[in-house]
Design a protein around this ligand. Structure first.
Ligand code: GRG
Length: 288
Protein backbone atom coordinates (compact mmCIF):
# COMPACT_ATOMS: atom_id res chain seq x y z
CA UNK A 1 0.00 0.00 0.00
CA UNK A 2 1.36 3.38 -1.01
CA UNK A 3 0.23 5.25 2.13
CA UNK A 4 1.85 2.63 4.39
CA UNK A 5 5.10 2.76 2.39
CA UNK A 6 5.14 6.57 2.65
CA UNK A 7 4.46 6.58 6.40
CA UNK A 8 7.07 3.87 7.03
CA UNK A 9 9.64 5.91 5.08
CA UNK A 10 8.68 9.16 6.86
CA UNK A 11 9.21 7.45 10.24
CA UNK A 12 12.48 5.79 9.17
CA UNK A 13 13.87 9.15 7.96
CA UNK A 14 12.71 10.85 11.18
CA UNK A 15 14.40 8.20 13.36
CA UNK A 16 17.55 8.32 11.25
CA UNK A 17 17.86 12.12 11.57
CA UNK A 18 17.12 12.15 15.30
CA UNK A 19 19.85 9.51 15.81
CA UNK A 20 22.30 11.48 13.67
CA UNK A 21 21.48 14.72 15.52
CA UNK A 22 21.93 13.03 18.92
CA UNK A 23 25.60 13.96 19.14
CA UNK A 24 25.05 17.69 18.51
CA UNK A 25 25.98 20.13 21.27
CA UNK A 26 22.76 21.04 23.10
CA UNK A 27 21.50 24.55 22.35
CA UNK A 28 19.20 26.58 20.15
CA UNK A 29 20.89 25.56 16.86
CA UNK A 30 20.54 21.82 17.58
CA UNK A 31 16.96 22.34 18.84
CA UNK A 32 16.13 24.42 15.75
CA UNK A 33 17.55 21.73 13.45
CA UNK A 34 15.32 19.09 15.07
CA UNK A 35 12.32 21.42 14.87
CA UNK A 36 12.98 22.29 11.20
CA UNK A 37 13.18 18.70 9.94
CA UNK A 38 10.04 17.69 11.83
CA UNK A 39 6.54 17.45 10.39
CA UNK A 40 7.13 17.60 6.63
CA UNK A 41 5.85 15.11 4.06
CA UNK A 42 9.45 13.96 3.43
CA UNK A 43 8.66 13.41 -0.25
CA UNK A 44 12.23 14.05 -1.36
CA UNK A 45 13.58 11.56 1.18
CA UNK A 46 10.92 9.05 0.17
CA UNK A 47 11.87 9.54 -3.47
CA UNK A 48 15.52 8.82 -2.63
CA UNK A 49 14.57 5.66 -0.70
CA UNK A 50 12.19 4.44 -3.39
CA UNK A 51 14.57 5.08 -6.28
CA UNK A 52 17.25 3.20 -4.35
CA UNK A 53 14.84 0.34 -3.68
CA UNK A 54 14.33 -0.09 -7.44
CA UNK A 55 18.01 -1.12 -7.58
CA UNK A 56 17.93 -3.21 -4.38
CA UNK A 57 20.09 -0.77 -2.44
CA UNK A 58 19.77 -1.54 1.31
CA UNK A 59 17.56 1.03 3.05
CA UNK A 60 20.17 1.56 5.77
CA UNK A 61 22.50 2.93 3.09
CA UNK A 62 19.88 4.95 1.18
CA UNK A 63 18.82 6.68 4.42
CA UNK A 64 21.98 8.79 4.29
CA UNK A 65 20.83 10.24 0.94
CA UNK A 66 17.23 10.58 2.15
CA UNK A 67 18.34 12.31 5.37
CA UNK A 68 20.72 14.61 3.50
CA UNK A 69 18.10 15.85 1.04
CA UNK A 70 15.59 16.44 3.84
CA UNK A 71 18.22 18.54 5.67
CA UNK A 72 18.83 20.66 2.54
CA UNK A 73 15.07 21.01 1.98
CA UNK A 74 14.49 22.01 5.63
CA UNK A 75 17.31 24.59 5.44
CA UNK A 76 15.75 26.08 2.29
CA UNK A 77 12.37 26.42 4.00
CA UNK A 78 13.88 28.00 7.15
CA UNK A 79 15.71 30.60 5.04
CA UNK A 80 12.79 31.09 2.64
CA UNK A 81 10.51 31.90 5.60
CA UNK A 82 12.80 34.72 6.83
CA UNK A 83 11.47 38.30 6.67
CA UNK A 84 14.10 39.19 4.00
CA UNK A 85 12.75 36.41 1.75
CA UNK A 86 9.15 35.19 1.75
CA UNK A 87 8.41 36.43 5.28
CA UNK A 88 6.20 33.62 6.57
CA UNK A 89 5.02 33.05 10.12
CA UNK A 90 3.57 29.57 9.65
CA UNK A 91 5.23 26.40 8.36
CA UNK A 92 3.86 22.87 8.74
CA UNK A 93 1.19 24.34 11.02
CA UNK A 94 3.70 25.75 13.50
CA UNK A 95 5.57 29.05 13.98
CA UNK A 96 8.49 29.44 11.60
CA UNK A 97 11.99 29.04 13.09
CA UNK A 98 12.74 32.79 13.21
CA UNK A 99 9.55 33.36 15.22
CA UNK A 100 10.03 30.40 17.53
CA UNK A 101 13.62 31.59 18.19
CA UNK A 102 14.94 34.65 16.32
CA UNK A 103 16.34 35.58 12.90
CA UNK A 104 19.98 34.97 13.76
CA UNK A 105 19.14 31.50 15.06
CA UNK A 106 17.09 30.74 11.94
CA UNK A 107 20.01 31.70 9.69
CA UNK A 108 22.37 29.51 11.73
CA UNK A 109 19.90 26.59 11.80
CA UNK A 110 19.67 26.74 7.98
CA UNK A 111 23.45 26.98 7.65
CA UNK A 112 23.97 24.06 10.03
CA UNK A 113 21.39 21.88 8.26
CA UNK A 114 23.10 22.54 4.96
CA UNK A 115 26.53 21.53 6.29
CA UNK A 116 25.04 18.53 8.05
CA UNK A 117 23.60 17.23 4.77
CA UNK A 118 27.05 17.03 3.24
CA UNK A 119 28.51 15.54 6.42
CA UNK A 120 25.91 12.77 6.22
CA UNK A 121 26.83 12.00 2.61
CA UNK A 122 30.51 11.82 3.51
CA UNK A 123 29.93 9.05 6.08
CA UNK A 124 31.13 5.50 5.34
CA UNK A 125 27.57 4.14 5.46
CA UNK A 126 26.43 6.40 2.58
CA UNK A 127 28.25 4.40 -0.11
CA UNK A 128 31.68 3.67 -1.51
CA UNK A 129 34.08 6.60 -2.01
CA UNK A 130 33.06 7.17 -5.65
CA UNK A 131 29.35 7.08 -4.85
CA UNK A 132 29.79 9.50 -1.95
CA UNK A 133 31.74 12.01 -4.06
CA UNK A 134 29.16 11.73 -6.88
CA UNK A 135 26.26 12.27 -4.46
CA UNK A 136 28.00 15.21 -2.76
CA UNK A 137 28.96 16.90 -6.00
CA UNK A 138 25.48 16.42 -7.54
CA UNK A 139 23.77 17.75 -4.36
CA UNK A 140 26.09 20.77 -4.27
CA UNK A 141 25.12 21.54 -7.88
CA UNK A 142 21.41 20.93 -7.33
CA UNK A 143 21.19 23.10 -4.23
CA UNK A 144 23.67 25.84 -5.16
CA UNK A 145 24.23 28.76 -7.50
CA UNK A 146 23.13 26.82 -10.60
CA UNK A 147 20.20 25.04 -8.92
CA UNK A 148 17.94 25.88 -5.99
CA UNK A 149 19.72 29.11 -5.03
CA UNK A 150 19.54 30.33 -8.64
CA UNK A 151 15.80 29.55 -8.75
CA UNK A 152 15.25 31.38 -5.47
CA UNK A 153 17.27 34.39 -6.66
CA UNK A 154 15.25 34.55 -9.89
CA UNK A 155 12.05 34.40 -7.84
CA UNK A 156 13.17 37.23 -5.56
CA UNK A 157 14.19 39.43 -8.52
CA UNK A 158 10.87 38.77 -10.27
CA UNK A 159 8.90 39.53 -7.10
CA UNK A 160 10.75 42.70 -6.17
CA UNK A 161 10.78 44.13 -9.71
CA UNK A 162 7.26 42.79 -10.44
CA UNK A 163 8.70 41.47 -13.72
CA UNK A 164 5.98 39.90 -15.88
CA UNK A 165 7.51 36.43 -16.36
CA UNK A 166 6.34 34.15 -19.18
CA UNK A 167 5.76 30.40 -19.07
CA UNK A 168 9.30 29.56 -20.16
CA UNK A 169 10.84 31.80 -17.49
CA UNK A 170 8.57 30.48 -14.72
CA UNK A 171 9.42 26.91 -15.78
CA UNK A 172 13.18 27.68 -15.67
CA UNK A 173 12.84 29.40 -12.28
CA UNK A 174 10.92 26.49 -10.79
CA UNK A 175 13.19 23.82 -12.26
CA UNK A 176 15.92 25.37 -10.08
CA UNK A 177 13.91 26.34 -7.03
CA UNK A 178 11.93 23.12 -6.66
CA UNK A 179 12.94 20.73 -9.44
CA UNK A 180 16.67 20.40 -8.80
CA UNK A 181 16.36 18.77 -5.35
CA UNK A 182 13.59 16.46 -6.57
CA UNK A 183 15.78 15.38 -9.49
CA UNK A 184 18.75 14.78 -7.17
CA UNK A 185 16.57 12.62 -4.91
CA UNK A 186 15.55 10.35 -7.76
CA UNK A 187 19.06 10.27 -9.22
CA UNK A 188 20.50 9.25 -5.85
CA UNK A 189 18.96 5.78 -6.17
CA UNK A 190 20.59 5.22 -9.56
CA UNK A 191 23.97 6.44 -8.25
CA UNK A 192 23.74 4.03 -5.29
CA UNK A 193 22.55 1.24 -7.59
CA UNK A 194 25.38 1.93 -10.09
CA UNK A 195 22.71 2.20 -12.79
CA UNK A 196 21.88 4.50 -15.69
CA UNK A 197 20.23 7.56 -14.12
CA UNK A 198 18.47 8.66 -17.33
CA UNK A 199 15.01 7.06 -16.74
CA UNK A 200 14.80 8.38 -13.15
CA UNK A 201 16.04 11.79 -14.29
CA UNK A 202 13.28 12.02 -16.93
CA UNK A 203 10.75 10.88 -14.33
CA UNK A 204 11.93 13.43 -11.76
CA UNK A 205 11.99 16.34 -14.19
CA UNK A 206 8.33 15.72 -15.05
CA UNK A 207 7.35 15.05 -11.44
CA UNK A 208 9.25 18.13 -10.17
CA UNK A 209 7.37 20.43 -12.50
CA UNK A 210 4.05 18.73 -11.75
CA UNK A 211 4.77 19.15 -8.00
CA UNK A 212 5.30 22.90 -8.46
CA UNK A 213 2.13 23.27 -10.56
CA UNK A 214 0.26 21.45 -7.79
CA UNK A 215 1.76 23.90 -5.27
CA UNK A 216 0.45 26.84 -7.34
CA UNK A 217 -3.00 25.19 -7.52
CA UNK A 218 -2.92 24.56 -3.75
CA UNK A 219 -2.11 28.23 -3.20
CA UNK A 220 -5.39 29.12 -4.94
CA UNK A 221 -7.71 26.26 -4.01
CA UNK A 222 -6.22 24.82 -0.81
CA UNK A 223 -7.27 25.06 2.82
CA UNK A 224 -4.70 26.90 4.96
CA UNK A 225 -5.42 24.81 8.08
CA UNK A 226 -4.84 21.55 6.19
CA UNK A 227 -1.84 22.91 4.25
CA UNK A 228 -0.26 24.24 7.47
CA UNK A 229 0.93 27.41 5.74
CA UNK A 230 -0.50 30.67 4.47
CA UNK A 231 -2.17 30.40 1.07
CA UNK A 232 -3.28 32.86 -1.62
CA UNK A 233 0.12 34.50 -1.32
CA UNK A 234 0.95 34.39 -5.04
CA UNK A 235 -2.04 36.42 -6.23
CA UNK A 236 -1.47 38.91 -3.37
CA UNK A 237 2.12 39.39 -4.55
CA UNK A 238 0.93 39.51 -8.21
CA UNK A 239 3.37 36.68 -8.91
CA UNK A 240 3.46 34.89 -12.26
CA UNK A 241 2.58 31.25 -11.54
CA UNK A 242 1.43 28.27 -13.58
CA UNK A 243 -2.13 29.14 -12.53
CA UNK A 244 -1.87 32.82 -13.50
CA UNK A 245 -0.31 31.84 -16.85
CA UNK A 246 -2.37 28.76 -17.77
CA UNK A 247 -5.57 29.27 -15.74
CA UNK A 248 -6.73 26.72 -13.15
CA UNK A 249 -8.06 24.30 -15.75
CA UNK A 250 -4.96 24.63 -17.93
CA UNK A 251 -2.64 24.15 -14.94
CA UNK A 252 -4.49 20.98 -13.89
CA UNK A 253 -4.32 19.61 -17.45
CA UNK A 254 -0.59 20.38 -17.64
CA UNK A 255 0.03 18.64 -14.28
CA UNK A 256 -1.90 15.56 -15.46
CA UNK A 257 0.10 15.51 -18.67
CA UNK A 258 3.36 15.66 -16.70
CA UNK A 259 2.26 12.78 -14.46
CA UNK A 260 1.63 10.70 -17.59
CA UNK A 261 5.12 11.64 -18.86
CA UNK A 262 6.63 10.68 -15.49
CA UNK A 263 4.87 7.30 -15.56
CA UNK A 264 6.05 6.67 -19.13
CA UNK A 265 9.65 7.45 -18.13
CA UNK A 266 9.50 4.57 -15.62
CA UNK A 267 8.66 1.92 -18.25
CA UNK A 268 12.26 0.59 -18.45
CA UNK A 269 12.22 -0.01 -14.67
CA UNK A 270 9.21 -2.36 -14.77
CA UNK A 271 7.19 -3.43 -11.72
CA UNK A 272 9.90 -2.37 -9.24
CA UNK A 273 8.90 1.24 -9.94
CA UNK A 274 5.21 0.80 -9.03
CA UNK A 275 5.47 2.97 -5.88
CA UNK A 276 7.23 5.70 -7.88
CA UNK A 277 4.27 5.65 -10.31
CA UNK A 278 1.84 6.17 -7.45
CA UNK A 279 4.13 8.84 -5.96
CA UNK A 280 3.85 10.85 -9.19
CA UNK A 281 0.04 10.96 -8.77
CA UNK A 282 0.34 11.70 -5.04
CA UNK A 283 2.64 14.65 -5.69
CA UNK A 284 -0.04 16.46 -7.68
CA UNK A 285 -3.08 15.15 -5.84
CA UNK A 286 -2.29 16.45 -2.36
CA UNK A 287 -3.92 18.88 0.05
CA UNK A 288 -0.79 19.99 1.91
C1 GRG B 1 16.37 29.85 0.59
C2 GRG B 1 18.08 29.08 -1.10
C3 GRG B 1 16.68 29.09 -0.64
C4 GRG B 1 15.76 28.44 -1.36
C5 GRG B 1 14.36 28.32 -0.99
C6 GRG B 1 12.31 25.57 -1.48
C7 GRG B 1 12.38 27.03 -1.58
C8 GRG B 1 13.64 27.61 -2.08
C9 GRG B 1 11.39 27.80 -1.19
C10 GRG B 1 10.14 27.32 -0.62
C11 GRG B 1 9.00 28.12 -1.12
C12 GRG B 1 7.97 27.28 -1.70
C13 GRG B 1 6.68 27.26 -0.96
C14 GRG B 1 8.16 26.60 -2.83
C15 GRG B 1 7.13 25.79 -3.43
C16 GRG B 1 7.40 24.33 -3.49
C17 GRG B 1 7.87 23.80 -2.21
C18 GRG B 1 9.33 23.62 -2.11
C19 GRG B 1 7.03 23.51 -1.26
C20 GRG B 1 7.42 22.93 0.05
O1 GRG B 1 7.77 21.59 -0.12
P1 GRG B 1 6.89 20.40 0.51
O2 GRG B 1 5.46 20.59 0.15
O3 GRG B 1 7.09 20.74 2.06
O4 GRG B 1 7.51 19.11 0.14
P2 GRG B 1 7.07 19.78 3.34
O5 GRG B 1 6.65 20.70 4.46
O6 GRG B 1 6.10 18.66 3.15
O7 GRG B 1 8.48 19.32 3.51
Amino acid sequence: MFQTALETAQNAIGRFLQTEFAGLTPGCVADGMRYAVDGGKRLRGFLALESARVYNVPQGQALFAAGAVECIHAYSLVHDDLPCMDDDDLRRGRPTVHLKWDEATAILVGDALQSFAFELLSRDGAGDAKQRITLISALAKASGAEGMVLGQARDIVATTTRAPLGLEEVTALQSGKTGALITWSAQAGAILGRADAAPLQRYAQAVGLAFQIADDILDVEGNAATAGKRLQKDAGAKKATFVSLLGLKGAKARAADLVAQAEAALTPLGDAAETLRTLACYMVDRDR
